[in-house]
Design a protein around this ligand. Structure first.
Ligand code: B12
Ligand code: SF4
Length: 667
């Protein structure tokens, strides 16, 4: 086979220094383009990539075990969702040392962006490997290489289909020797995971995310079910392979020691079908109860998981805080058509109850756009989901023919129409015509589902009934989801906080704007973003005021204070507060009366609570009135300085109280 180096040399490209014994491995998770052709990038991300962590772990293993002899192996982890990919710097390094760039975990919706990066690097003579579910899914389902993948191979990109555990050292050696192959095809030989190197937590990478105590690990891969829209079974197989429970415990222990991480997303597609689930839970229970490591985690499961003997109880004891359930639809006809026979709609309510009983919060995955869906039927289904099934969070997806799935293959084989732009295969766009919902109706129906579920009243019902232990997890999730789906117009799972738009890395089919034109576009966008964020913060503050959980002490002491007619806006004297505590104690003996000097956190929270009202609607009305009068030119409103100052102060106190509670999880 022709090697990349000779191809590059033939084309007169600059190639890496042959003498250098340093190999730089750049692991790059590409992003995607938005509808205006800008790369989707955020100031801070929410979910770090597990594929990056896995490949980082595999590379670290090669380095530690010196599998490439004396080669000085240097790993660089880059995620375009939260940082810019320095193509020129990589090319520059390539002139001095040996460099290989791996485009990692490229999904179909990221394919266009990833190809642009790969081709830009190839033009500069850099060796590129390209893997992930698009390539793997296509090569798993079709006997010939599809044109977009062939184009990459023609440009000298090495394409990787399948998993690379136990093979990575050989591939890196090929890269070091300049002998990368055009195609690495491992789909027919799925690796054993029991003794595979584990994903690592890269502290520098985690700093770009909202929470830096977060980690990921895939305890197993593959799934025994057979849903027609699913890619996993065709790429990772229907027999579940898993890491050993001891290896998982050791990973979590080491991560806690080295980086303080204790909150995990176990990315298995169906954790309940991991044959080692019980062993993993036992290990986690040991970590929590014997070693004092406060592990918390979330998992994805199927709707039958609660029937596995002991699964739910052990999961809760092991630290499960949030379970993501593949509900997909509450229309039985849709489920039957998709081969999702394990989903029984009439059992959904029980399933949710079982998890809530053990104080685990629930999150349902819900697909819109099955053939039986219509605008009206979906609206009714979502109402039933909210009132009858009552999961605490829902992620909505638009049905998408994802390469790697049986649905996609059938559509290609039958010549059914589908979007030609892979960028829209993100479960947030219409990637094919819908038989019933036409002319934008499908997208409208989809967005309305988000609006209905994340409506103030529904969020209020959920939070009011939530277990106090889960209150803030759910609350923060609401904030993130509302911000992404309804304000930023992006799926929460591919979103983050504060969009950055680099004018220079715009998609080729869009006009590259000059600096000034770009600024003219961005300033109103940023202004709108700030305005919407403020509105969202106020809405969430109101939600908090109406739903926040109070401790028994707080409820009683505030009642007593009110009975004592303590003015809510007047500063309380310590002696008055003590009297209120003493009276509350007379009714509930377990309440402790603080000494004059010991104003601990709970006592402070009572003090704060005594000044909070249950709502800020009156403030909203006041500010709306001020705005209206200013618009009408009635500036005398500013003469009531005292009123304005009092309301301003109260607003400030509420916002700071809310932001403090949001950041610390205090009630
Ligand atoms: C976890 C996960 C997420 C997380 C990602 C964050 C995280 N913590 O990792 C979240 C929830 C954010 C997410 C979101 C989405 N996801 Co997702 N996700 C997954 C899931 C369940 C596991 C990923 C994982 O960790 N796998 C384990 C790793 C080790 O496996 P791997 O990625 O295949 O990598 C191995 C090999 O492929 C290979 N490899 C991969 N890349 C490369 C590159 C090189 C150079 C080399 C040498 C090797 C190599 O090496 C790895 C080790 O063997 C997969 C399904 C799955 N089973 O993989 C879906 C999956 C990848 N997601 C998918 C989709 C569609 C999405 C969303 C678009 C859906 C949505 N609307 O939310 C968004 C897009 C977000 C984004 N920008 O990435 C699809 C992609 C299908 C496709 N054809 O595109 C999958 C396959 C699930 C499905 N529905 O079919 N996802
Ligand atoms: S249960 Fe989930 S992972 Fe398993 S086949 Fe169905 S969609 Fe795929």
């Amino acid at each position: 086979m022709t090697s990349l180096r000779s191809m590059a040399e033939k084309k007169g490209m600059k190639v890496a220094n042959r003498e250098s014994t340093t190999l730089h491995v750049f692991l790059v998770k590409p992003s995607k383009y938005d509808d205006d052709g800008f790369v989707v990038r955020h100031w801070r991300g929410v979910l770090p990539s597990n594929t990056l962590a896995c490949l980082d772990g595999l590379t670290e293993d090669v380095r530690r075990r010196k599998l490439l002899g004396d080669v000085d192996l240097r790993v660089h982890v880059l995620d375009e969702m939260v940082e810019k990919i320095p193509i020129d710097r990589i090319a520059h390094l390539n002139r001095r040392d040996k460099v290989v760039v791996g485009l990692v975990g490229v999904q179909t919706n990221q394919f266009c962006r990833a190809s642009d990066i790969a081709l830009a690097l190839r033009r500069k003579g850099v060796a590129v490997l390209f893997g992930g579910f698009h390539v793997s899914g296509m090569l798993a389902m079709f006997p010939t290489v599809s044109p977009e993948i062939q184009e990459l191979m023609d440009a000298g990109v090495s394409v990787v289909a399948g998993e690379v555990e136990h093979r990575w050292a050989d591939m890196l050696r090929d890269a070091y020797e300049g002998k990368l192959k055009p195609l690495y095809h491992f789909l027919n030989d799925l690796p054993d995971l029991s003794d595979s190197p584990r994903p690592v937590i890269n502290k520098q990478y985690l700093r770009k995310f909202i929470s830096s105590n977060f980690g990921t690990i895939d305890c197993s891969r593959g799934c025994p079910f057979n849903c027609s829209f699913c890619t996993i079974i065709n790429v990772q197989g229907r027999k579940t392979r898993h890491r050993s429970p001891e290896c998982i415990a050791e990973t979590l222990r080491a991560n806690y020691r080295e980086s303080g991480a204790y909150f995990y997303f176990f990315t298995d597609d169906d954790f309940a079908r991991n044959p080692a689930w019980e062993g993993v839970f036992d290990q986690l229970i040991h970590l929590r109860e014997e070693e004092g490591i406060p592990i918390k985690f979330m998992i994805q499961v199927d709707v039958q998981s609660h029937k596995i003997h002991g699964f739910v109880e052990k999961a809760a004891r092991a630290g499960l805080s949030n379970v993501f359930i593949g509900m997909e639809s509450i229309n039985a006809k849709n489920l039957k058509d998709a081969g999702k026979m394990q989903n029984k709609v009439k059992e959904y309510r029980d399933l949710i109850d079982v998890w809530h009983k053990v104080r685990v919060s629930t999150h349902a995955a819900y697909i819109i756009g099955f053939p039986h869906d219509s605008e009206q039927s979906v609206a009714e289904d979502i109402q039933r989901l909210m009132t009858d099934v009552r999961p605490q969070r829902v992620s909505f997806f638009m049905m998408t023919p994802l390469p790697g799935s049986r649905d996609h293959k059938d559509m290609v084989d039958s010549g059914a129409p589908m979007a030609t732009d892979y960028n829209v295969y993100d479960s947030f766009h219409e990637a094919m015509p819908h038989p019933k919902m036409k002319n934008g109706e499908w997208t409208r129906t989809y967005l309305n589902a988000w609006r209905s579920f994340y409506d103030f009243e529904n969020m209020k019902t959920i939070l009011s009934n939530a277990d106090p232990k889960n209150y803030w997890d759910i609350f923060r999730n609401f904030l993130w989801y509302k911000n992404s789906a309804l304000k930023e117009g992006a799926h929460p799972m591919l979103s983050g906080f504060f969009r950055i738009k680099d004018r220079k890395s715009r998609r080729a089919s869009f006009q590259r704007l000059g600096r000034l034109a770009h600024l003219r576009r961005r300033i109103p966008e940023i202004y709108g973003y700030i305005r919407d964020s403020l509105r969202l913060i106020l809405e969430m503050e109101e939600l908090w005021l109406q739903t926040r959980k109070r401790s028994e002490t707080e409820v009683r002491v505030v009642e007593e204070l009110q009975r004592m007619r303590a003015e809510l806006h007047r500063s309380l004297r310590v002696s008055e507060l003590q009297t209120a505590f003493a009276r509350a104690k007379a009714r509930v003996p377990s309440i402790e009366v603080p000494s004059r000097l010991s104003l601990t956190r709970e006592k402070l929270s009572v003090l704060r609570a005594s000044r909070l009202r249950e709502t800020r609607y009156d403030l909203s009305r006041y500010w709306a009135g001020v705005r209206q009068r200013v618009r009408q030119g009635r500036l005398e409103v500013f003469l009531r300085v005292d009123r304005m100052a009092l309301n301003g102060l109260r607003e400030l106190r509420l916002v700071t109280g809310f932001l403090y509670a949001l950041a610390t999880g205090a009630h």
